[in-house]
Structure formats: structure tokens, C-alpha cells
Design a protein. Structure first.
Length: 130
């Protein structure tokens, strides 16, 4: 019995692989060996960058919360400490969204923590200079 060389399973595997590398440059889109290497690298990068994206988003949320809380007269770290102490279950993503899109609601959160609306960082700095 002759040896079967071009089996359907192997062809399907190759076809699936080449479909995944559609849009890659040069030989990486058409040669099976190069395509496999390129995919392994691409998967590694995508895994790494999913983690990086989460890290970057968290940093952005912190900046937004800090900017809005300083307008209310409290620093970011003091705000987060007070929220934790009072058991408020709002995460940074929600707080940043409130700070950006609904500043009145964010001010209510600040007041619930115990920040007075009249107290601002500028006025406290002026008082310390005098």
C-alpha cells in the first residue's frame, strides 16, 4: 500500500494556520514554518500587552480621580484611604468615570467621605503662606 502524503488533516492544519496570519508581512503570511514562528511571537506579545493595557488603564483612572479630588480639596491617597475606611465599594474605574462625566455625583462621593466643599487646595496653600 502506498504512503499517503497529503492527508486532509495536515492540509486543514496548514490552512487554519495561514488563515490566522492573514495580514502579516513578507513570508510570514505564506510560508508555514515562518507563519508558525510569527504566530507564536504574536501570541506572546498579545498576552504581554493585555497585561500592559490593564496597567495603563489603572494609571489613567488614578490621574482622573486625583485631578477631580484635588478640585474638591483632598488628595488621591487621602480619598482612597477614606473610601476604604468607610467601606465604600466603588472601584477606580467607576470613580474615574464619575469624575470625568458626572462631576456633581463625584462631589457627593467626596462629601460622603467627609470633605467640605469650601475647602480647596488653593485656599489652604494661601493660608499656610500667610
Amino acid at each position: 500500500m502506498p504512503r499517503a502524503r497529503k492527508g486532509t488533516t495536515t492540509v486543514k492544519k496548514r490552512r487554519k494556520l495561514l488563515r490566522q496570519v492573514k495580514g502579516f508581512k513578507w513570508n510570514r503570511k505564506s510560508k508555514v514554518r515562518r507563519a508558525r514562528q510569527a504566530l507564536l511571537k504574536a501570541w506572546t506579545y498579545s498576552y504581554r500587552d493585555r497585561k500592559t493595557r490593564k496597567r495603563d488603564k489603572r494609571g489613567l483612572w488614578q490621574v482622573k480621580i486625583n485631578a477631580a479630588s484635588r478640585e474638591g480639596g483632598i488628595t488621591y491617597s487621602q480619598l482612597m484611604g477614606a473610601l476604604k475606611k468607610q467601606g465604600v465599594k466603588l472601584d477606580r474605574k467607576i470613580l474615574a468615570d464619575l469624575a470625568e462625566n458626572e462631576p456633581e455625583t463625584f462631589k457627593q462621593v467626596l462629601q460622603s467621605v467627609g470633605v467640605k466643599a469650601s475647602q480647596t487646595p488653593a485656599s489652604s496653600e494661601e493660608a499656610s503662606l500667610e
